[in-house]
Design a protein around this ligand. Structure first.
Ligand code: NDP
Length: 390
């Protein structure tokens, strides 16, 4: 049996992972499950999967979790450090599916135990890519990407030499404002930004899809994980969203990865790697699809893509600045304190602000330094948003 832990078990990726594990109980032994505020789900899952340990990231919920698991034999812990300790529990496969930079310390800890880390938490690579990749190498750990585009690139590279890659194309749905006149974006409302043309996801990732900040993070993630040069990574808008990525080789040939837009494909690939197993997914009907469309993204509509290039050029800790500023601007947009197009302007200002402080983004990439820069960038974003309002 494979000993597995799921960090962020109560979220969308975590629940999809448990859905696959539930279908093959004889193959998996659940070590630790972690969650945040959804204590009911965490407790239910810990009982169903007979987990050794259940952890909530929030100290104030310790008692609720203890009560929910009283008499079950499941060990209980609470707090951010307890989540990181859960990642240190010996396991052969660990899913990193916490949202935000909170996922970084547990991802880092999991790699230190030399395990296989299924990485959905893109913020870990965006904020501390070099640190993570070095830690994996030093500890003979393996990272399997779970973001669908990166899983697609990974699968396209099996048996290939990365040195023979000419370019990679990451596809994007284009989000809610794909067809909007650019000049109307200034008036885009929260409700409009939260309506994805293709599928239902959480509100934050849907807005990040409309602005393409999600794609910008993915471009940086691809650079950090695969080591491609920035100019090798392209984004194309592909409204049908079934080609997740294409890898072009020096001989002019391409490997394209096509799959249903169901995250259980990428999760299942990582869970079963290096084998492939049956997955409960809808079969694609190419004839019904008829045609596939690809268009260049308009950088005026999606300034996030231009900012991703800047981050890749600046390197160092600029990914941590970008991610933190993006997270705070999204909070402010959702709270109605800033407009949709203002998000990119403030994020650019934060990048310039933090980069102008000597030695900050060029400092050695350690966990503490990433979290320090993250904190400063959030403060900078808050200040800049306040200045714009007043
Ligand atoms: P969700 O918001 O659905 O779930 C996030 C998980 O993290 C939940 O278990 C949540 O707990 C937990 N959590 C929240 N805050 C904290 C915290 N401070 N400390 C520890 N745990 C916390 O996110 P998703 O599952 O959608 O995404 C997870 C990651 O995977 C993200 O990085 C996302 O970008 C990436 N990803 C997601 C995809 C998707 O389709 N959803 C696709 C590809 C990548 P609780 O809910 O109990 O509060």
């Amino acid at each position: 049996m494979k000993r597995v832990s799921i960090l962020g078990a109560t979220g969308s990726i975590g629940q999809n992972t448990l859905d696959l594990i539930r279908r093959s109980p004889e193959r998996f032994d659940v070590v630790a499950l972690t969650g945040g505020r959804n204590i009911r789900q965490l407790a239910e899952d810990a009982i169903e999967f007979n987990a050794d340990l259940a952890v909530t990231a929030f100290d104030d919920l310790a008692e609720d979790l203890c009560l929910a698991l009283a008499g079950t034999g499941v060990e209980v812990a609470a707090g951010a450090d307890a989540v990181t300790e859960a990642a240190a529990r010996p396991a052969q496969w660990i899913m990193s599916a916490i949202v935000g930079v909170a996922g970084l310390p547990p991802s880092f800890e999991a790699l230190k135990q030399g395990t296989t880390l299924a990485l959905a938490n893109k913020e870990s690579l965006v904020t501390a890519g070099q640190l993570l990749m070095n830690t994996a190498r030093q500890n003979h750990a393996r990272i399997l990407p779970v973001d669908s585009e990166h899983s697609a690139i990974y699968q396209s590279l099996v048996g290939e030499d990365v040195a023979a890659v000419d370019r990679v194309i990451i596809t994007a749905s284009g989000g809610a404002f794909r067809e909007w006149p650019v000049e109307d974006l200034a008036n885009a409302t929260l409700e409009q930004a939260s309506a994805h043309p293709n599928w239902d996801m959480g509100q934050r990732i849907t807005i990040d899809s409309a602005s393409m900040f999600n794609k910008a993070l993915e471009v940086i993630e691809a650079r950090e994980f695969f080591g491609f040069r920035p100019e090798q990574i392209e984004v194309l808008v592909h409204p049908e969203s079934i080609v997740h990525a294409m890898v072009g080789f020096c001989d002019g040939g391409f490997m394209a990865h096509i799959g249903p837009h169901d995250m259980r494909h990428a999760i299942g690939y990582a869970l079963n790697w290096p084998q492939r197993e049956d997955l409960p997914l809808e079969q694609l009907d190419f004839a019904a699809l008829g045609q596939l469309t690809f268009v260049h993204p308009d950088l005026q509509r999606y300034p996030a893509l231009r900012l991703a290039r800047e981050v890749m050029e600046r390197r160092g800790l600029s990914g941590a600045v970008f991610n933190a500023a993006k997270e705070r601007c999204l909070d402010h947009f959702i709270a109605g304190r800033m407009g949709f197009v203002d998000m990119a302007r403030v994020i650019e200002d934060v990048l310039n602000d933090i980069s102008s402080s000597p030695g900050l983004i060029d400092a050695e990439i350690t966990l503490d330094q990433v979290l320090h820069v993250d904190h400063l960038s959030r403060q900078s974003a808050d200040r800049l948003v306040k200045e714009r309002i007043s």
